[in-house]
Design a protein around this ligand. Structure first.
Ligand code: GDP
Ligand code: MG
Length: 312
């Protein structure tokens, strides 16, 4: 497949020197930990900036970005290598269609990923959205049902459109933290994470501004309103997630064809039902039958059956 050709990561040279230096240092750290390949899966609703974020990280306009048209129906993997290190980023179609979760798209994404290992998942949404609703929760649930809860231990929430002036006089950091909290809550509910898991997973929230009009600092790096150079910050957070001790997600046949990876216990249900039938229901039926057989029949019944010689 053309998209799977590994090209030299030349896009990195498009970044200002300060960004390049930071990125190469982060990749160097990964190599020291014997990580020579990194596969990032990008998911989220349509139009939130998934493809733009991929282009921003790679430093090239590789995948199509569109404000209006719906995206292609298939995932695309973009691979770039640099000094023995390979970066794979999988861009995917939006997970919502016509107001519902697009399960078909998720199925296609899973199949596309067969035999690949997801090191990190970027769950992309916009910073400049003010509400979360049940649809967001359903999207999170669908992702969790497809890849298992473990995907969130390798997950990052990425908020695009981060160069904004918050409404109602709220300051930037407060707006960011409120939006993060709302989304993290939806992730917690949609993925049914326990309190302990949330602490273990510690899902980071990272800001991104893909617009060409993003402000820059003195070194020419793209910066957010709070001064953070966001590209190195995003890559740094990704490397932190990889080093957090959790397991990468191998998409094997079992994950694709098997039952919902969160429902393993439910496999026991038919067994439990069979057990109940043979060891509970059957014995009760048997004993009822025996009781009925043993029961001395009332006289009127015997009379009706012509078995009584007593006169009434
Ligand atoms: P996708 O459907 O999730 O892949 O979203 P796209 O990457 O195709 O982006 C949808 C639209 O949002 C395009 O018009 C992008 O130019 C725009 N966009 C994406 N990210 C940002 C961002 O961070 N800031 C701004 N201002 N626009 C963005
Ligand atoms: Mg796209």
């Amino acid at each position: 497949m053309a998209s799977n050709i590994i090209r030299e990561w030349t896009g990195i040279q498009q970044f200002p020197l300060a960004t390049q230096t930071k990125l190469l240092e982060l990749l160097g750290n990964l190599k020291q930990e014997n990580v020579s390949t990194l596969t990032i899966l990008v998911m989220g609703k349509g139009g939130v900036g998934k493809s733009s974020t991929l282009n921003s990280i790679i430093g090239e306009r590789v995948v199509a970005v569109s404000a209006f048209q719906s995206e292609g129906p298939r995932p695309v993997m973009v691979s770039r290598s640099r000094a023995g290190f390979t970066l794979n980023i999988v861009d995917t179609p939006g997970l919502v269609e016509g107001g519902y979760v697009n399960d078909h798209a998720l199925e296609i994404i899973k199949r596309f990923l067969l035999n690949k290992t997801i090191d990190v998942m970027l769950y992309v949404d916009r910073l400049d959205a003010y509400r979360v609703d049940t649809l967001d929760r359903q999207v999170i649930k669908a992702i969790t049902d497809s890849f298992g809860k473990g995907i969130w231990s390798r997950g990052l929430i990425v908020l695009t459109h981060a160069q904004l002036s918050p409404p109602d006089g709220i300051n930037y950091d407060e707006f960011f933290s409120r939006r993060s909290e709302a989304l993290l809550k939806v992730v917690r509910l949609g993925a049914r994470l326990k309190k302990q898991e949330i602490q273990e997973f510690g899902i980071p929230v990272v800001l991104v501004e893909n617009s060409g009009r993003c402000n820059t600092n003195d070194s020419g790096e793209k910066v957010l309103p709070n001064g953070t150079a966001w590209i190195p910050n995003l890559v740094k957070t990704i490397t932190n997630v990889i080093s957090n001790g959790s397991k990468a997600i191998l998409v094997d046949k079992k994950l694709i064809e098997g039952p919902n990876p969160n429902d393993k216990g439910k496999l026991l249900i038919p067994l439990i039902l069979a057990f109940q039938y043979f060891f509970v229901v059957k014995p009760i039926q048997r004993s009822i039958r025996q009781d009925v057989a043993k029961e001395s029949r009332p006289l009127w019944e015997l009379r009706d059956m012509g078995m009584s010689n007593r006169e009434f």
